[in-house]
Write a protein that binds this ligand. Structure first.
Ligand SMILES: Cc1cc2nc3c(=O)[nH]c(=O)nc-3n(C[C@H](O)[C@H](O)[C@H](O)COP(=O)(O)O)c2cc1C
Length: 196
């Protein structure tokens, strides 16, 4: 059975660079046989949070919100591609995630970060760790960090130079870690329904 994995990315910038890392991850996850869907927060374009999904009466949520809720509920795992703005998270992706709560529960999540510099967005990754945990996901301990992003991946999301080689080396362990927890959570959910 293929793992259903949603890959999230949330920069709204016209000249966004993180799409390179998102492309790399989506391609590599597909090559491993995962059933991957890319969720681009900019394309989904939810409004600034007013009502959470659960605050709508069943069947009355806006179409984009309803569609995304169904995808989140059906997924086995989540992978977040995160950039860093002023040591913090990107608002587009944070706004998207805040629309949901219970829909995220009982599945693992992995964080891949990037930035223009050599710190590779790790401060944003740390902030997301707590946030995703609060939203009921189990965060795997392996992380992926790409930086400087422009010297690590080209426009097509293909690794370049020493940074690219390092990314290629670290990806399999990161993906193995997520796959192991994905199977563990799916097995447990089948064995015993989540307590709430
Ligand atoms: C508003 C803003 C704040 C930024 N703050 C940081 C930062 O705190 N640390 C860092 O390493 N890079 C920072 N950068 C540089 C980003 O890492 C770089 O622009 C990156 O490509 C942003 O992701 P995106 O291109 O996918 O939007 C910042 C960029 C912007 C636009």
């Amino acid at each position: 059975m293929s793992d259903k994995v949603l890959v999230f990315y949330g920069s709204y910038r016209s000249d966004r660079m993180g799409i390179r890392l998102a492309d790399f991850i989506v391609t590599r996850m597909k090559q491993r046989g995962a059933d991957v869907e890319f969720i681009d927060a900019k394309a989904v374009n939810l409004p600034m949070l007013d009502r959470m999904y659960k605050e709508y009466k069943p069947g009355t949520a806006p179409e984009a919100l309803e569609a995304l809720a169904q995808k989140i509920k059906a997924a086995d795992a989540f992978l977040f591609v995160v950039g860093e703005y002023n040591w913090g998270v990107q608002p587009g992706l944070k706004n998207l995630t805040d629309h949901f709560l219970e829909e995220w529960f009982w599945r693992p999540a992995a964080i891949a970060s990037y930035s223009a510099g050599r710190f590779s967005g790790v401060r944003s990754a740390m902030a997301w760790h707590g946030t995703l945990s609060e939203m009921g996901m189990i965060i795997i301990s392996s992380t992926l960090a790409a930086g400087p992003i422009a010297q690590t991946l080209d426009e097509k999301g293909e690794p370049t130079g020493e940074g690219g080689k390092a990314l290629e080396r670290s990806f399999p362990r990161f993906a193995d870690d997520l796959a192991w927890w994905t199977e563990a959570a799916r097995t447990q959910r089948a064995k015993r329904a989540p307590p709430y």
